[in-house]
Ligand binder design. Structure first.
Ligand code: FES
Ligand code: FES
Length: 161
């Protein structure tokens, strides 16, 4: 009988150090959801296609279903739970709400994380709606509301340099 290899994994998640024991084969997405209780990171395809599981690893968007939790040891991870502060939505979250950028919401956490990284990097509206949204599958919205949210944020940042 084989015994599963187990390791202790420590990450800084949304600014707080979190530690848990997990099997070495555990995906980062499952570790966040099951070991840390952060179920805002959604899991759709588990094949790197849909983008629902996107989190920021050292500020860079990654598919959390395509890496092992042990590979993220010691890293800084941001999930959708870390966006709003003290109940205050980020500008992007507000724009998605106001522009009806979501319906069922399954894809939304991953999209928000990618859009957050794009905004921090100062990507143009065209780069964001082209390259960034191309990495996410949304079955509900037809992307119109999401594009409108990106455009709204662009206008807001131009108005408040
Ligand atoms: S669940 Fe990770 S890309 Fe779909
Ligand atoms: S809002 Fe339902 S999949 Fe995007």
């Amino acid at each position: 009988m084989s015994v599963a290899a187990v390791r202790t994994v420590t990450l800084t998640v949304n600014g707080t150090e979190r530690t848990a024991r997990t099997e070495v084969r555990t995906l980062l997405s499952d570790f966040l959801r099951n070991a840390l209780g952060l179920t805002g990171t959604h899991v759709g395809c588990e094949e790197g296609i849909c983008g629902s599981c996107t989190v920021l690893l050292e500020g860079v968007p990654v598919r959390a279903c395509l890496m092992l939790a042990v590979q993220a040891e010691g890293a800084r991870v941001e999930t959708v739970e870390g966006l709003a502060q003290n109940g205050e939505l980020t500008g992007l979250q507000s724009a998605m709400r106001d522009e009806h950028g979501l319906q069922c919401g399954f894809c939304t956490p991953g999209i928000l994380m990618s859009l957050t990284a794009a905004e921090r990097e100062g990507l143009s509206e065209e780069e964001t709606t082209g390259q960034v949204l191309a990495g996410h599958r949304c079955r509900c919205t037809g992307y119109a509301g999401i594009r409108a949210a990106v455009a709204r944020r662009r206008k807001e940042s131009e108005a408040t340099p």
